[in-house]
Design a protein around this ligand. Structure first.
Ligand code: NAP
Length: 304
Protein backbone atom coordinates (compact mmCIF):
# COMPACT_ATOMS: atom_id res chain seq x y z
CA UNK A 1 0.00 0.00 0.00
CA UNK A 2 1.32 3.47 -0.78
CA UNK A 3 0.47 6.08 1.80
CA UNK A 4 -1.00 9.18 0.23
CA UNK A 5 -0.83 11.36 3.38
CA UNK A 6 1.31 14.46 2.93
CA UNK A 7 -0.23 16.55 5.70
CA UNK A 8 -1.73 15.48 9.01
CA UNK A 9 -3.91 18.10 10.71
CA UNK A 10 -4.43 17.64 14.45
CA UNK A 11 -7.28 19.39 16.25
CA UNK A 12 -6.81 19.43 20.04
CA UNK A 13 -3.19 19.85 21.13
CA UNK A 14 -3.42 18.29 24.58
CA UNK A 15 -1.78 15.07 25.79
CA UNK A 16 -2.91 12.87 22.91
CA UNK A 17 -2.78 15.41 20.06
CA UNK A 18 0.71 16.63 21.01
CA UNK A 19 1.95 13.04 21.45
CA UNK A 20 0.73 12.16 17.94
CA UNK A 21 2.53 15.25 16.61
CA UNK A 22 5.79 14.29 18.40
CA UNK A 23 5.50 10.72 17.09
CA UNK A 24 4.77 11.74 13.49
CA UNK A 25 7.69 14.21 13.50
CA UNK A 26 10.00 11.45 14.69
CA UNK A 27 8.78 8.39 12.79
CA UNK A 28 6.97 9.83 9.74
CA UNK A 29 9.21 12.74 8.79
CA UNK A 30 7.73 12.80 5.27
CA UNK A 31 4.42 14.12 6.71
CA UNK A 32 3.80 17.78 7.43
CA UNK A 33 2.17 18.30 10.86
CA UNK A 34 -0.29 21.18 11.31
CA UNK A 35 -2.05 21.70 14.64
CA UNK A 36 -5.01 23.71 15.91
CA UNK A 37 -6.57 24.12 19.37
CA UNK A 38 -9.49 26.36 20.26
CA UNK A 39 -7.56 27.66 23.29
CA UNK A 40 -5.23 30.45 22.11
CA UNK A 41 -2.91 29.90 25.10
CA UNK A 42 -2.54 26.24 24.04
CA UNK A 43 -1.83 27.34 20.44
CA UNK A 44 0.91 29.66 21.71
CA UNK A 45 2.38 26.95 23.95
CA UNK A 46 2.31 24.45 21.08
CA UNK A 47 4.05 26.90 18.75
CA UNK A 48 6.74 27.53 21.38
CA UNK A 49 7.23 23.79 22.02
CA UNK A 50 7.64 23.25 18.26
CA UNK A 51 6.09 19.79 17.88
CA UNK A 52 4.08 20.92 14.82
CA UNK A 53 5.55 22.33 11.61
CA UNK A 54 2.92 25.04 11.99
CA UNK A 55 0.05 25.93 14.31
CA UNK A 56 -3.02 27.23 12.45
CA UNK A 57 -4.97 30.21 13.80
CA UNK A 58 -8.32 28.87 12.57
CA UNK A 59 -9.86 25.47 11.78
CA UNK A 60 -10.28 26.64 8.17
CA UNK A 61 -6.53 27.22 7.84
CA UNK A 62 -5.84 23.77 9.31
CA UNK A 63 -8.22 22.13 6.83
CA UNK A 64 -6.41 23.42 3.76
CA UNK A 65 -4.14 20.68 2.40
CA UNK A 66 -4.92 18.29 5.28
CA UNK A 67 -5.40 14.81 3.84
CA UNK A 68 -5.53 13.12 7.27
CA UNK A 69 -7.45 14.97 10.00
CA UNK A 70 -6.98 13.67 13.56
CA UNK A 71 -9.55 14.84 16.10
CA UNK A 72 -7.95 14.79 19.57
CA UNK A 73 -10.55 16.72 21.59
CA UNK A 74 -12.84 15.44 24.39
CA UNK A 75 -15.49 13.00 23.17
CA UNK A 76 -18.34 15.52 23.59
CA UNK A 77 -16.52 18.10 21.40
CA UNK A 78 -15.76 15.84 18.41
CA UNK A 79 -18.80 16.97 16.38
CA UNK A 80 -18.18 20.68 17.03
CA UNK A 81 -14.50 20.30 16.09
CA UNK A 82 -15.28 18.54 12.78
CA UNK A 83 -18.10 20.98 11.92
CA UNK A 84 -15.64 23.88 11.94
CA UNK A 85 -13.18 22.26 9.52
CA UNK A 86 -15.24 19.87 7.35
CA UNK A 87 -15.95 22.31 4.50
CA UNK A 88 -12.23 23.11 4.14
CA UNK A 89 -10.95 19.54 3.76
CA UNK A 90 -9.84 18.44 0.28
CA UNK A 91 -11.79 15.69 -1.50
CA UNK A 92 -10.50 12.22 -0.58
CA UNK A 93 -9.34 13.31 2.90
CA UNK A 94 -9.55 10.93 5.85
CA UNK A 95 -11.05 11.98 9.19
CA UNK A 96 -9.95 9.98 12.23
CA UNK A 97 -10.25 10.48 15.98
CA UNK A 98 -8.81 9.23 19.26
CA UNK A 99 -11.95 9.30 21.41
CA UNK A 100 -12.26 6.86 24.31
CA UNK A 101 -15.89 6.12 23.29
CA UNK A 102 -16.66 5.04 19.74
CA UNK A 103 -20.39 4.63 19.00
CA UNK A 104 -21.41 8.14 20.14
CA UNK A 105 -18.46 9.69 18.28
CA UNK A 106 -19.36 7.87 15.06
CA UNK A 107 -22.96 9.10 15.39
CA UNK A 108 -21.72 12.67 15.91
CA UNK A 109 -19.22 12.64 13.02
CA UNK A 110 -20.97 10.68 10.23
CA UNK A 111 -23.62 13.31 9.37
CA UNK A 112 -20.93 16.01 9.15
CA UNK A 113 -18.67 14.24 6.62
CA UNK A 114 -18.52 16.00 3.26
CA UNK A 115 -19.00 13.75 0.20
CA UNK A 116 -15.80 11.89 -0.66
CA UNK A 117 -14.30 12.28 2.83
CA UNK A 118 -13.82 9.02 4.76
CA UNK A 119 -14.15 8.30 8.49
CA UNK A 120 -11.80 5.90 10.31
CA UNK A 121 -12.64 5.99 14.05
CA UNK A 122 -9.86 4.97 16.42
CA UNK A 123 -8.86 4.79 20.07
CA UNK A 124 -5.25 4.55 21.23
CA UNK A 125 -5.40 2.66 24.54
CA UNK A 126 -2.57 4.70 26.00
CA UNK A 127 -2.50 7.69 28.28
CA UNK A 128 -1.22 9.29 31.42
CA UNK A 129 -2.96 11.37 34.08
CA UNK A 130 -1.46 14.55 32.61
CA UNK A 131 -3.14 16.83 30.08
CA UNK A 132 -2.18 19.79 27.91
CA UNK A 133 0.49 20.31 25.22
CA UNK A 134 3.46 19.99 27.59
CA UNK A 135 2.38 16.51 28.64
CA UNK A 136 2.88 14.89 25.21
CA UNK A 137 5.78 12.65 24.15
CA UNK A 138 6.55 10.55 21.09
CA UNK A 139 6.80 7.24 22.95
CA UNK A 140 3.30 7.37 24.51
CA UNK A 141 1.85 4.83 22.06
CA UNK A 142 4.79 2.42 21.97
CA UNK A 143 3.78 -1.19 22.70
CA UNK A 144 0.16 -0.12 23.38
CA UNK A 145 -2.97 -1.17 21.55
CA UNK A 146 -4.82 1.06 19.14
CA UNK A 147 -8.38 -0.07 18.42
CA UNK A 148 -9.95 0.93 15.09
CA UNK A 149 -13.74 0.61 14.72
CA UNK A 150 -14.23 0.77 10.91
CA UNK A 151 -17.55 2.04 9.57
CA UNK A 152 -19.47 0.54 6.63
CA UNK A 153 -18.69 2.09 3.26
CA UNK A 154 -15.20 3.30 4.16
CA UNK A 155 -12.67 2.09 1.56
CA UNK A 156 -10.06 -0.39 2.79
CA UNK A 157 -7.19 1.87 1.76
CA UNK A 158 -8.37 4.58 4.21
CA UNK A 159 -8.53 2.10 7.10
CA UNK A 160 -5.06 0.89 6.11
CA UNK A 161 -3.62 4.43 6.07
CA UNK A 162 -4.75 5.01 9.67
CA UNK A 163 -3.64 1.56 10.79
CA UNK A 164 -0.24 2.17 9.19
CA UNK A 165 0.09 5.52 11.00
CA UNK A 166 -0.53 3.96 14.42
CA UNK A 167 1.89 1.14 13.70
CA UNK A 168 4.58 3.66 12.85
CA UNK A 169 3.97 5.28 16.26
CA UNK A 170 4.69 1.88 17.82
CA UNK A 171 1.14 0.65 18.47
CA UNK A 172 -0.34 -2.74 17.81
CA UNK A 173 -3.54 -2.22 15.84
CA UNK A 174 -6.71 -4.27 16.17
CA UNK A 175 -10.28 -3.76 14.94
CA UNK A 176 -13.62 -4.14 16.74
CA UNK A 177 -17.14 -3.03 16.11
CA UNK A 178 -17.95 0.16 18.00
CA UNK A 179 -20.56 -1.20 20.48
CA UNK A 180 -18.21 -4.04 21.46
CA UNK A 181 -15.36 -1.53 21.95
CA UNK A 182 -17.57 0.56 24.23
CA UNK A 183 -18.55 -2.48 26.34
CA UNK A 184 -14.97 -3.72 26.69
CA UNK A 185 -13.62 -0.27 27.57
CA UNK A 186 -16.48 0.30 30.04
CA UNK A 187 -15.18 -2.52 32.23
CA UNK A 188 -11.43 -2.18 31.57
CA UNK A 189 -11.15 1.60 31.79
CA UNK A 190 -14.31 3.59 32.48
CA UNK A 191 -15.54 1.71 35.58
CA UNK A 192 -12.08 1.54 37.21
CA UNK A 193 -11.94 5.34 36.82
CA UNK A 194 -15.47 5.73 38.19
CA UNK A 195 -14.50 3.67 41.25
CA UNK A 196 -11.33 5.73 41.71
CA UNK A 197 -13.18 9.06 41.47
CA UNK A 198 -15.81 7.77 43.90
CA UNK A 199 -13.46 6.31 46.50
CA UNK A 200 -11.35 9.48 46.55
CA UNK A 201 -14.58 11.44 47.01
CA UNK A 202 -15.62 9.15 49.89
CA UNK A 203 -12.25 9.64 51.61
CA UNK A 204 -12.46 13.40 51.11
CA UNK A 205 -15.84 13.40 52.81
CA UNK A 206 -14.42 11.84 56.00
CA UNK A 207 -13.84 13.89 59.13
CA UNK A 208 -10.72 16.08 59.09
CA UNK A 209 -8.62 13.92 61.46
CA UNK A 210 -9.39 10.74 59.48
CA UNK A 211 -8.53 12.56 56.25
CA UNK A 212 -5.03 13.28 57.55
CA UNK A 213 -4.54 9.56 58.22
CA UNK A 214 -5.86 8.70 54.75
CA UNK A 215 -2.99 10.74 53.28
CA UNK A 216 -0.46 9.40 55.80
CA UNK A 217 -1.25 5.75 55.12
CA UNK A 218 -2.09 6.07 51.42
CA UNK A 219 0.54 3.48 50.41
CA UNK A 220 -1.99 0.83 51.53
CA UNK A 221 -3.74 1.02 48.13
CA UNK A 222 -5.44 4.43 48.19
CA UNK A 223 -2.44 6.02 46.43
CA UNK A 224 -3.10 3.94 43.28
CA UNK A 225 -6.73 5.10 43.21
CA UNK A 226 -5.66 8.75 43.50
CA UNK A 227 -3.33 8.30 40.51
CA UNK A 228 -6.22 7.02 38.39
CA UNK A 229 -8.52 9.76 39.73
CA UNK A 230 -6.13 12.51 38.56
CA UNK A 231 -7.39 12.40 34.94
CA UNK A 232 -8.90 15.46 33.25
CA UNK A 233 -12.45 16.06 34.66
CA UNK A 234 -13.91 17.27 31.32
CA UNK A 235 -12.54 14.31 29.41
CA UNK A 236 -14.00 11.89 31.97
CA UNK A 237 -17.34 13.71 32.20
CA UNK A 238 -17.67 13.35 28.43
CA UNK A 239 -16.81 9.64 28.53
CA UNK A 240 -19.59 8.87 31.03
CA UNK A 241 -22.11 11.10 29.23
CA UNK A 242 -21.36 9.32 25.93
CA UNK A 243 -20.99 5.68 27.04
CA UNK A 244 -23.97 5.58 29.37
CA UNK A 245 -25.55 2.25 28.35
CA UNK A 246 -22.33 0.20 28.38
CA UNK A 247 -21.20 1.73 31.70
CA UNK A 248 -24.61 1.10 33.33
CA UNK A 249 -24.59 -2.51 32.05
CA UNK A 250 -21.13 -3.18 33.49
CA UNK A 251 -21.89 -1.28 36.69
CA UNK A 252 -24.89 -3.59 37.21
CA UNK A 253 -22.65 -6.66 36.96
CA UNK A 254 -20.04 -5.12 39.26
CA UNK A 255 -22.70 -4.27 41.84
CA UNK A 256 -23.87 -7.92 41.85
CA UNK A 257 -20.30 -9.14 42.33
CA UNK A 258 -19.69 -6.61 45.11
CA UNK A 259 -22.86 -7.75 46.86
CA UNK A 260 -21.60 -11.35 46.65
CA UNK A 261 -18.31 -10.25 48.26
CA UNK A 262 -20.24 -8.34 50.93
CA UNK A 263 -22.12 -11.56 51.78
CA UNK A 264 -18.87 -13.56 51.82
CA UNK A 265 -17.37 -11.11 54.32
CA UNK A 266 -20.54 -10.98 56.43
CA UNK A 267 -20.83 -14.79 56.67
CA UNK A 268 -17.07 -15.45 56.94
CA UNK A 269 -16.95 -17.35 53.63
CA UNK A 270 -13.14 -17.45 53.28
CA UNK A 271 -13.29 -20.04 50.50
CA UNK A 272 -15.30 -17.70 48.26
CA UNK A 273 -12.95 -14.79 48.98
CA UNK A 274 -9.81 -16.84 48.31
CA UNK A 275 -11.28 -18.06 45.00
CA UNK A 276 -12.01 -14.50 43.80
CA UNK A 277 -8.61 -13.19 44.94
CA UNK A 278 -6.75 -16.11 43.30
CA UNK A 279 -8.50 -15.49 39.97
CA UNK A 280 -7.69 -11.77 40.20
CA UNK A 281 -4.02 -12.49 40.89
CA UNK A 282 -3.85 -14.77 37.82
CA UNK A 283 -5.29 -11.95 35.65
CA UNK A 284 -2.65 -9.55 36.97
CA UNK A 285 0.07 -12.04 35.98
CA UNK A 286 -1.25 -12.23 32.41
CA UNK A 287 -1.11 -8.40 32.22
CA UNK A 288 2.51 -8.46 33.34
CA UNK A 289 3.31 -11.13 30.73
CA UNK A 290 1.62 -8.97 28.04
CA UNK A 291 3.69 -5.98 29.22
CA UNK A 292 0.53 -3.91 29.83
CA UNK A 293 1.04 -3.44 33.59
CA UNK A 294 3.23 -0.31 33.71
CA UNK A 295 1.72 3.06 32.74
CA UNK A 296 3.68 4.96 30.04
CA UNK A 297 6.11 7.57 31.40
CA UNK A 298 7.27 10.76 29.73
CA UNK A 299 11.06 10.45 29.25
CA UNK A 300 13.14 13.03 31.15
CA UNK A 301 14.67 14.50 27.94
CA UNK A 302 12.52 16.37 25.38
CA UNK A 303 11.22 14.01 22.77
CA UNK A 304 10.26 15.23 19.29
P1 NAP B 1 -6.48 17.31 26.78
O1 NAP B 1 -5.04 17.15 27.16
O2 NAP B 1 -7.42 17.93 27.78
O3 NAP B 1 -6.54 18.16 25.41
C1 NAP B 1 -7.70 18.42 24.70
C2 NAP B 1 -7.54 19.77 24.00
O4 NAP B 1 -8.60 19.91 23.03
C3 NAP B 1 -7.67 20.98 24.96
O5 NAP B 1 -6.63 21.91 24.72
C4 NAP B 1 -9.04 21.56 24.58
O6 NAP B 1 -9.15 22.96 24.80
C5 NAP B 1 -9.09 21.26 23.09
N1 NAP B 1 -10.45 21.35 22.54
C6 NAP B 1 -11.63 21.00 23.13
N2 NAP B 1 -12.65 21.22 22.27
C7 NAP B 1 -12.10 21.70 21.11
C8 NAP B 1 -12.64 22.10 19.85
N3 NAP B 1 -13.96 22.02 19.60
N4 NAP B 1 -11.80 22.55 18.91
C9 NAP B 1 -10.46 22.64 19.14
N5 NAP B 1 -9.89 22.27 20.32
C10 NAP B 1 -10.70 21.80 21.29
O7 NAP B 1 -7.14 15.92 26.38
P2 NAP B 1 -6.46 14.52 25.96
O8 NAP B 1 -6.09 13.76 27.18
O9 NAP B 1 -5.43 14.78 24.92
O10 NAP B 1 -7.72 13.76 25.33
C11 NAP B 1 -8.16 14.00 24.01
C12 NAP B 1 -8.99 12.83 23.51
O11 NAP B 1 -8.21 11.63 23.61
C13 NAP B 1 -10.29 12.57 24.28
O12 NAP B 1 -11.32 12.28 23.36
C14 NAP B 1 -9.98 11.33 25.10
O13 NAP B 1 -11.15 10.55 25.31
C15 NAP B 1 -8.97 10.62 24.22
N6 NAP B 1 -8.03 9.75 24.94
C16 NAP B 1 -7.43 10.21 26.08
C17 NAP B 1 -6.53 9.39 26.75
C18 NAP B 1 -5.85 9.87 28.03
O14 NAP B 1 -5.39 9.06 28.83
N7 NAP B 1 -5.78 11.18 28.26
C19 NAP B 1 -6.22 8.11 26.25
C20 NAP B 1 -6.82 7.70 25.05
C21 NAP B 1 -7.73 8.51 24.40
P3 NAP B 1 -10.00 23.48 26.10
O15 NAP B 1 -9.09 23.29 27.26
O16 NAP B 1 -10.28 24.92 25.75
O17 NAP B 1 -11.24 22.66 26.21
Amino acid sequence: MTNPVKQIGIIGLGLIGSSIAHGVRRWRPEMRVVGYDRDSAVRQQAAALGFCHSVADTPAALGQGTDLLMLAVPVGSMGAALAEVAAHLPAGAIVSDVGSVKQAVIEALMPLLPAGVHLVPGHPVAGTEQSGPEAGFAELFQDRWCILTPVPGCPDWANEVVSDLWQSLGSQVTTMDAPHHDLVLAITSHIPHLIAFTIVGTATGLAESTQREVIQFSAGGFRDFTRIAAGDPIMWRDIFLNNRDAVLEMLGRLTEDLTAMQRAIRFGDGLQMAEVFTRARAIRRTLVQANQHVPPQKPKAAST
